[in-house]
Structure formats: structure tokens, C-alpha cells
Design a protein around this ligand. Structure first.
Ligand code: 1PR
Length: 524
């Protein structure tokens, strides 16, 4: 029996699923007695250091947790569950950590995108039983803006390189904790958890020792989901956002089945977009929650869900906040949520006043769950102009001239699945959302969607160069060369595709085989 400390933030569902997939049962801590009586404790921290410590204090978990950690019984901390062991974190000045390990959590101050999101390697510094059976060159999934800086080097189990060499795992007697998420790291992560659960005495140092680890470019499979005309939830795919063919919604498969297929084919991440979420209330959309729950049972890579994340009032006048909608998605197995239409309206309001209200969905969700849990999905289309002076938007000079020979264009943001164009450009939207607390940009392109003609490199460069958060390039992938093009001509961290994967025209494994030795990628 594994005891799991859940303080109510973020996705602990995947940790439970990962442990249960190993045939072990999980007891979730519901009072202080559960901590005191635990024999093996896992603490998956997600979200924000300040809110984590506030909740641990409110629930009176701090003292029993310290007693447990000092008792010599096995402990495994994940991400914030690692930071919690330290004295404090720059993420929440003035808020004390458990203080069992001297040192603190520091914010990345580097020239690369922050958060550090994606699959990176580990440099192993000492033997541990959690490494049993690992080669040493596996990649693990990281998602964080802060890293721990212990005063005493002897606790360092692993380091990872991202702009600098940071501590990505610690081991001090019975206490093991990792910055990466084993429950989101495919087979390699499951092996780490298995080693912890089995408590074998043998301690290994993996054979492969890397000089320096490198963050991989991620290949993301995207499933646009909606009900078809019979009411069944299907994966669909549009041509420039039109998902109907001869009047019917295109049906390219069942969401859970497809997600499982992509996991087996080594997708680094899976995104579900509830594409009609803007007109329905997602909390009533039980089938979509069920899709997440079932997928997270045996798909151990990050899952993102978008669609309908906004404040909502039902017909009886009851108000639901975007935070509640997001919370339900996280509880069902999502690691990140993606905000589309609401982000545009939020940015428009912000641009009118220049004031952060702290009340928008982006601000509220990132405050509670951390910026890394908030993706902003942008659905822009090109608007050509003859001269940059013609509009007050951020305009680019384009090599693909407009219908009347225009040499410039701006990217107009849309809402409601491309149905309504707004007076704001994609570059400005991305910049405002970063300011408000978005951790990543999912950059679609209506002109390119479903065309198989390659990514809009000009759009991706314009947005990527304007923000410091990671960007997912989306729309237009038609062959393996398009992935190489997007990774060599832009700094995008990830490339997403839908149609070519659903129609089995280009499997994910073929993309990875082609990119191998050209671009840093994860081979499962
Ligand atoms: O506005 O917060 O409710 O979120 C709705 C979400 O649904 C948004 O993220 C929006 O992008 C998405 N969406 C809405 N309508 C459509 C549609 O297609 N009619 N899909 C839609 C967006 C675009 C991509 C697609 C890539 C790759 N899909 O995600 O998967 O373009 O396709 P390709 O590789 O086949 O070219 P809200």
C-alpha cells in the first residue's frame, strides 16, 4: 500500500494511475493520522509553492510530515514535493518550506524559455535503487520554473542541464525526490516508480553516463474532439477549421483509442481540444471528462485539454468560475489546460486598462496551479496589408504575398473556433497572456490547418521572438520534412500535428526516425 499526499492542487490522478498500473494500491491522505501511519509515502506536488505550503499548514500536515520524513520510512517527492523539503522558495517569498534539507528553490534566470517544459535527461551522481534497470540515457518529463539549490552536495542524486546544470533529483537516506515527473515519463518513469515501490536493496548506477543532457523537441498529437450529429464523441479534423464533409462531421476515430495509439507510438504529449466547448458548459460535458479519466489510466505522458475554459452562468443563474472548470479537468487527469476564446477577451480588456485584475481565468488558474499548467491556444488567420502603417497591429513582412501583391500581413485572432475575428493580433495576444501568467502558447494557424502544406514559419517566428515562454507550432504538417523545417527555421519547442497522424499518413515513429541525429528528440 502506497500512501499518497494530495493537498488538492493539480493532477494527482496520473500518479495514482501509474502506481496502480504496477499492481499496488493507493491510499490518499485524508487526515494527519494517515501520514503518521503510512509505510511508504509519495508526495506529488503540483502548482505553486505558496499555495502548497499554505494548504499543508491549514490541514496541520506539516508536523506529521516532518515526523514521517525523520522516521526513516521511504518517501518519494515529485516536483513541488521536492521543493517542499527545502527551507523556502523564491516562488513564494516569506513562506517557509519543511526545512529538512538546507537550501532553497531558485527561479531559472537563463536565456532559454521558462518554464523548462519537456523531456530532458539526467546526469546520475550516485547509485540508487530507483535506477535499477535503467540505461541512463532515458529522458524524463520536466515542467517547472524553479529548481532546488541544496547547500550540501552530498544529497544530489541527479543533475540536468538547461541553460545551467541544476539539481534534478536528491537522495538523503530514506528521502528520494525528483524534479521530473516519473508518472508522466512513459516506461522509464514507470520503472523509477516500480523501483521505489519494490524496495529492492540493490543500488545501481546506470551504465550510460552523459556529459551534458539536452531538452528534446516535443512531438505532440492533437485530437480535436466534438459530438457528431448522433451525439457520439468523435475525433474530428477540419480543413481550415471546417470539420464537415458533405454536411457531416468528419469522424476520424475514438478519442481514447487514438490517444492510446499515439502513446504507444511515442508521442511526447497528447492534446485534446473540445472544439465546441465554447458553446457548451464543459462541467456538464461528462463524456469529455470520461475521455480524460480513461486516457490517463494508461497513457503516461502529459495530457492537455482545451475548450470552454471560462467563467460561466448556468440557466438557473448559478455561477461557475473558469478555475472550477479547470479544477475538474485536472481532477480527471489533465496536466495542463488550454484557454482559447477567453484569452482573447481577457487580453482585449487588459489592453483597455493596462491593469492586471487578478480575476481573469489565466491569472486565477496560474496562481493556483502554476504557470506551467496554463496554455493559451491562439487561432489566428492572415490579414494582408500593403503597408505596416495601414493598421495599428504588429505587422510582418511576408514572403508569401497577398492576393493583390501585398507584402505585409498581420495575424488576426479569432474566437469560437475561428467563427469571429477580433481586433487584436496574435503577437500582442501572446505577449499579454505571458504577462498575465500563461506558461505556454499553442500557436495554430487557420490558413494552414489541414492543408498539409507545412507550418506557417513566419507566424511562428513572429510570436516566438516576442515571448519568453515555450511555443507549440501547430497547423499544416504534411510530411516528416515539415517537422525538420519548423525545428530548424524557428525556435519553437514543440510541433503539433493532427490530420497526418489520424489518417496514418505519417506515423509519429516515422517523424522521430527522420529527426533522429538532426534534432534532439526522445526515442521511447
Ligand atoms: O475557445 O477556449 O473554447 O477552445 C476551443 C479550442 O478548440 C481552441 O483551442 C481552438 O483552437 C480549438 N478549435 C475550435 N474549433 C476548431 C476547429 O477546427 N473547427 N480546432 C478548433 C483547432 C486546430 C489544431 C489542429 C492543428 C493541426 N484545431 O489544434 O489540431 O491545426 O492540424 P493539422 O496537423 O491537421 O493541420 P475555447
Amino acid at each position: 500500500m502506497i500512501t499518497l499526499l494530495d493537498y488538492g492542487a493539480g493532477n494527482v490522478r496520473s500518479v495514482i494511475n501509474a502506481i496502480e498500473s504496477l499492481g499496488e494500491s493507493v491510499k490518499i491522505v485524508s487526515d494527519t493520522g494517515d501520514i503518521s501511519s503510512a509505510t511508504k509515502l509519495v508526495f506529488p506536488g503540483v502548482g505553486n509553492f505558496g499555495s502548497m505550503m499554505r494548504i499543508l499548514n491549514q490541514k496541520n500536515y506539516v508536523d506529521p510530515l516532518k515526523d514521517y520524513l525523520r522516521s526513516g520510512r521511504p518517501f518519494f517527492g515529485i516536483c513541488l514535493g521536492l521543493h517542499a523539503l527545502f527551507e523556502y522558495s523564491e516562488e513564494a517569498p516569506g513562506r517557509k518550506g519543511l526545512g529538512l534539507i538546507s537550501g532553497y528553490a531558485k527561479k531559472f534566470d537563463i536565456d532559454l524559455s521558462v518554464p523548462h517544459i519537456g523531456w530532458n535527461g539526467i546526469n546520475v551522481k550516485k547509485p540508487s535503487r530507483i535506477f535499477n534497470g535503467l540505461r541512463g540515457d532515458e529522458k524524463f518529463y520536466f515542467v517547472h520554473s524553479f529548481y532546488v539549490a541544496p547547500k550540501d552536495d552530498s544529497v544530489v542524486l541527479t543533475t540536468t542541464d538547461y541553460g545551467l546544470e541544476f539539481v534534478s533529483g536528491i537522495q538523503k537516506e530514506n528521502i528520494t525526490a525528483t524534479q521530473f515527473h516519473p508518472e508522466k515519463s512513459g516506461d522509464a518513469g514507470i520503472k523509477v516508480l516500480k523501483n521505489f515501490i519494490e524496495s529492492v536493496d540493490k543500488k545501481e548506477i546506470p551504465l550510460h553516463v552523459s556529459e551534458k543532457t539536452r531538452l528534446s523537441k516535443r512531438i505532440i498529437a492533437c485530437l480535436d474532439v466534438r459530438a457528431d450529429d448522433r451525439g457520439d464523441l468523435v475525433v474530428t479534423k477540419g480543413d481550415q477549421y471546417d470539420v464537415r464533409e458533405n454536411g457531416d462531421v468528419r469522424n476520424l476515430g475514438k478519442p481514447v483509442e487514438l490517444a492510446r495509439r499515439y502513446y504507444k507510438e511515442s508521442a511526447d504529449e497528447i492534446t485534446f481540444l473540445n472544439i465546441t466547448g465554447f458553446r457548451e458548459f464543459p462541467l456538464e460535458d461528462i463524456p469529455m471528462m470520461e475521455v480524460l479519466r480513461l486516457t490517463s489510466e494508461n497513457v503516461f505522458v502529459p495530457l492537455t485539454i482545451g475548450g470552454g475554459i471560462k467563467d460561466y452562468t448556468d440557466e438557473k443563474g448559478r455561477k461557475y468560475s473558469a478555475l472550477e472548470v479547470a479544477a475538474e479537468y485536472f481532477r480527471s487527469g489533465a496536466d495542463k489546460i488550454s484557454v482559447g476564446s477567453d484569452a482573447v477577451l481577457i487580453a482585449e480588456d487588459y489592453l483597455k486598462t493596462g491593469i492586471k485584475t487578478g480575476k481573469s481565468s489565466i491569472e486565477r488558474i496560474s496562481e493556483v496551479y502554476g504557470v506551467q499548467a496554463v496554455v493559451v491556444s491562439i487561432d489566428p488567420r492572415r490579414v494582408y496589408v500593403s503597408s505596416p502603417e495601414d493598421v495599428r497591429h504588429q505587422v510582418i513582412k511576408t514572403e508569401t504575398k497577398g492576393p493583390n501583391g501585398e507584402a505585409y500581413c498581420w495575424y488576426q485572432c479569432t474566437i469560437k473556433g475561428g467563427r469571429e475575428g477580433r481586433d487584436i493580433d496574435a503577437v500582442t495576444l501572446a505577449q499579454v497572456c505571458e504577462k498575465l501568467g500563461a506558461g505556454e502558447i499553442l500557436l495554430n494557424c487557420i490558413d494552414k490547418d489541414g492543408t498539409n502544406s507545412g507550418y506557417d514559419i513566419e507566424l511562428i517566428n513572429a510570436v516566438k521572438n516576442a515571448v519568453t515562454i515555450p511555443v507549440i507550432a501547430s497547423s499544416g504538417a504534411g510530411c516528416v520534412e515539415h517537422f525538420l523545417e519548423v525545428f530548424t527555421k524557428t525556435q519553437a519547442e514543440s510541433a503539433l500535428a493532427a490530420g497526418i497522424f489520424h489518417r496514418k499518413e505519417v506515423p509519429i515513429t516515422a517523424v522521430k526516425d527522420f529527426l533522429k541525429d538532426k534534432v534532439e528528440i526522445r526515442q521511447a
